[in-house]
Write a protein that binds this ligand. Structure first.
Ligand code: AQP
Length: 344
């Protein structure tokens, strides 16, 4: 697990995005949404985006984007993001993302983008037939962040490589256009035990929306019975719980369940192991189910409540889009001037 400690010392602006594709799961919550709420509570200037332009890099069911966008906005709020304090908005409503992505397409180098492992994973063996958008996805991600000159990006561990690319693009833009310090080099915030939640069926694969097995993940909309059943059926091994973190070596499924327990109960893995050392999964799994349900139940209830009022969610998104445009448009005016476009 990587701990990326922020080193940036100027004023902070936080940006992150979540795709409106499929049901959110515990990995999305612990890797991203919970951190969003924590950063907002810490008083930071935050923008949280439903990245619908990213969603269309893969086929999307016809007519599904609007309701899925509302679902993600509702999940942000249910997880504790307050739209009065943070900006919640849909990416496609702010044209700066697409415009800056094009400029960054001309800054990023093919070799940089070709190294991105997510493209290889998502395109699979048939990369020739993948959309060009899927390939340049991380360039759009750099534009998402830098259109707001955001300095900090809370994400799960899977996004680390993309964030490094964003820094490379910012640095090259600043150098190529003779504008030192124009874009900040955004810092990934990939911290704590929730940064990489793995599949309940295979501790070497990340928990993912696109895993065909629903038993591999805990969805934010799962009820208490579904959660308990999935945890009961989660893969483990025959050994008891070890007493130290070193004892988790070579036991990825057990390490994952202990990590989930730690993240949800606000403890370290070491203290969870101290509590359960020598016990079997017959004792640990019900305790984990209890902690998970206790943490998620109020979030799920709030999520359902918010979804029952789509007009309310739309008002939040429209207001957010306006506020996001007000932040990004002055940045884009400076970008156009810096690049040297006519009329800028
Ligand atoms: N397993 C995970 N553990 C921790 N964080 C995770 N994130 C995703 N999976 C995990 C974080 O969730 C945020 C939203 O990600 P996204 O909307 O870009 O979706 P994704 O990463 O494509 O989500 P999935 O579930 O992994 O979808 P598929 O199956 O399409 O690959 C990001 O901050 C991400 O790091």
């Amino acid at each position: 697990m990587t701990d990326t400690t922020p080193t940036y010392s100027g004023p902070m602006r936080v940006f992150s995005g979540v795709q409106p594709t499929g049901n959110l799961h515990l990995g999305n919550y612990l890797g991203a949404l919970k951190k969003f709420a924590d950063l907002q509570k810490a008083g930071h200037d935050c923008l949280f985006c439903v990245v619908d332009l990213h969603a269309i890099t893969l086929p999307v069911e016809k007519g599904a984007l609007v309701s899925q966008t509302r679902q993600i906005a509702a999940a942000f709020m249910a997880a504790g993001v307050d739209p009065a304090k943070s900006v919640i908005f849909p990416q496609s409503a702010v044209l700066a993302h697409a415009e800056l992505a094009w400029i960054f397409n001309c800054v990023a180098r093919m070799g940089w983008v070709e190294r991105m492992t997510q493209f290889k994973d998502k395109a699979g063996k048939d990369a020739e037939r993948a959309s060009v958008g899927l390939f340049t996805y991380p360039v759009l991600q750099a534009a998402d962040i830098l259109a707001y000159k955001a300095t900090h990006v809370p994400v799960g561990e899977d996004q680390k490589q993309h964030l490094e690319l964003s820094r490379d693009i910012a640095e090259r833009f600043n150098r190529e256009y003779g504008a030192p310090g124009f874009f900040p080099l955004p810092e990934p915030m990939i911290q704590g035990p929730g940064a990489r939640i793995m599949s309940l069926k295979d501790g070497t694969k990340k928990m993912s929306k696109s895993d065909p097995s629903d038993l591999s993940r805990i969805n934010l909309i799962d009820d208490a019975d579904a959660i308990a059943n999935k945890i009961k059926r989660a893969k483990t091994d025959a050994e008891p719980i070890p007493g130290t973190v070193e004892g988790l070596e070579g036991r990825p499924e057990v390490a994952n369940l202990v990590g989930i327990y730690a993240a949800l109960s606000g403890q370290t893995a070491t203290s969870v192991l101290a509590e359960f050392e020598g016990k079997g999964f017959g004792a640990f799994k019900p305790a984990l189910a209890e902690v998970t349900v206790a943490h998620l139940a109020p979030i799920t209830a709030r999520y359902r409540e918010l979804l029952a009022d789509p007009e309310g969610i739309d008002r939040v998104l429209a207001d957010g889009a306006e506020r996001a445009r007000a932040v990004s448009e002055p940045v884009m005016q400076d970008v156009r001037r810096t690049v040297g476009f006519w009329g800028a």
